[in-house]
Design a protein around this ligand. Structure first.
Ligand code: FAD
Length: 318
């Protein structure tokens, strides 16, 4: 079922969803099920699966020169989504990115997803690989998420990249896109960022999932601004627990979001990881409660290695 249908059917009740990373190469699907099993008692409406593009490493050859090699640490998003749907009978939302993909490869992935009965995709640009400063599209790929949205929307109308395909099957994907309550780090200013977001919706996106934030007033202000700009699709807040002092600097540098002063001060008082987790869990609980009280359509949790914190928060919420 589509994310937007889940929201419509909930009739104003806040739903929950989780986001997981594919297992690293060499690990079994059981490692992923180990993360999800305890969380399934909270009946998530859907589960997102992130996509991780290949990284390039340099391998020294016998003659002293180097070979540049592509490695993918976390392959298998399409297969994992199918495994999740098969195992838990819950909708899976694969993340599709522009980086590293030609339009043909994207189309083939979409065809596979359609064959598997997957109804949703989150359309993203992706970040530059670790060793590159700026995002470079594949020579036959997309530069921005909006171009990916347009490709999916065209496929929904039966238009394939291969123009000779007449009467092609029409897909019916529900398309999600990313939104940034604290602005995307490359955007010159919040107004332009909003304009690009609005363009993605006008190109055919059906809902927005936000970047994580730790100050709910940023989400509320973002929703208000979207509504003022006539962006009226569901806006799903994304939440991640902060669980260590190290993350006070790690999260802002990695995700370009602020940590509120009250949270930072409480975290700095902690003497060990257990205390830090307690502070992070309480903060996440308060954020979740406020989002439910203010009528958020879904609360989406980035589990990222800390599913027990999310479990504890959900236990207190439900
Ligand atoms: P876009 O919407 O294309 O925007 C990228 C930048 O370009 C922004 O600054 C935007 O304002 C600007 N821009 C847009 N259009 C134009 C234009 N026409 N001209 C000039 N500038 C323009 N990354 C992964 O690799 N894998 C994942 O699974 C993943 N999941 C994510 C899930 C969520 C909910 C979020 C919020 C992010 C996720 N990311 C993921 C990270 C994401 O790929 C990065 O934040 C990326 O840098 C931007 O992606 P986007 O889709 O927002 O890009």
């Amino acid at each position: 079922m589509k994310v937007t249908e889940h929201i419509q059917q909930a009739k104003g009740k806040t739903l929950f969803s989780f986001e997981v990373l594919p297992p690293v190469k060499g690990k079994s699907i059981e490692s992923l099920f180990g993360v999800l099993d305890p969380l399934m008692e909270f009946n998530p409406s859907f589960i997102n699966v992130t996509y991780h593009r290949s990284e390039q490493i340099f391998k020294r050859k016998a003659n002293g020169t180097f070979d540049r090699i592509d490695i993918r640490k976390r392959p298998g998003t399409v297969g994992i989504c199918a495994a999740i749907m098969n195992h838990y009978k819950v909708d899976a939302v694969p993340h599709l990115i522009c980086g590293g993909f030609s339009m043909d490869e994207t189309e083939n992935a979409l065809i596979d997803l359609n064959f598997l009965g997957i109804d949703n995709v989150l359309a993203l640009r992706g970040d530059p690989p670790k060793n590159e400063k700026y995002f470079q599209p594949d020579p036959h790929g997309h530069h921005y998420a909006i171009d990916l949205v347009k490709q999916i929307e065209k496929l929904n109308r039966g238009q394939y990249v291969e123009e000779e395909i007449a009467d092609g099957v029409k897909t019916d994907f529900c398309i999600g896109v990313a939104g940034y309550p604290e602005k995307h780090y490359e955007s010159p200013n919040p107004d332009l960022d909003m304009m690009y977001l609005k363009n993605k919706i006008e190109a055919g996106a059906d809902y927005i999932t936000t970047q994580m934030f730790f100050d709910n007033s940023k989400y509320h202000a973002f929703v208000k601004k979207c509504r003022e700009e006539n962006v009226d699709v569901p806006i799903i807040p994304g939440l991640k627990p902060i669980t260590s002092k190290k993350q006070l600097s790690g999260i802002p540098s990695l995700f370009h979001v602020d940590i509120p002063n009250d949270l930072a001060i409480e975290m700095m008082k902690c003497n060990n990881d257990k205390d830090s987790e307690k502070v992070g869990e309480e903060w996440l609980y308060q954020q979740t409660k406020d989002l439910i009280d203010s009528g958020a359509p879904v609360v989406h949790f980035y589990t990222l290695g800390k599913p027990h914190i999310i479990y504890n928060v959900m236990k207190r919420i439900l």
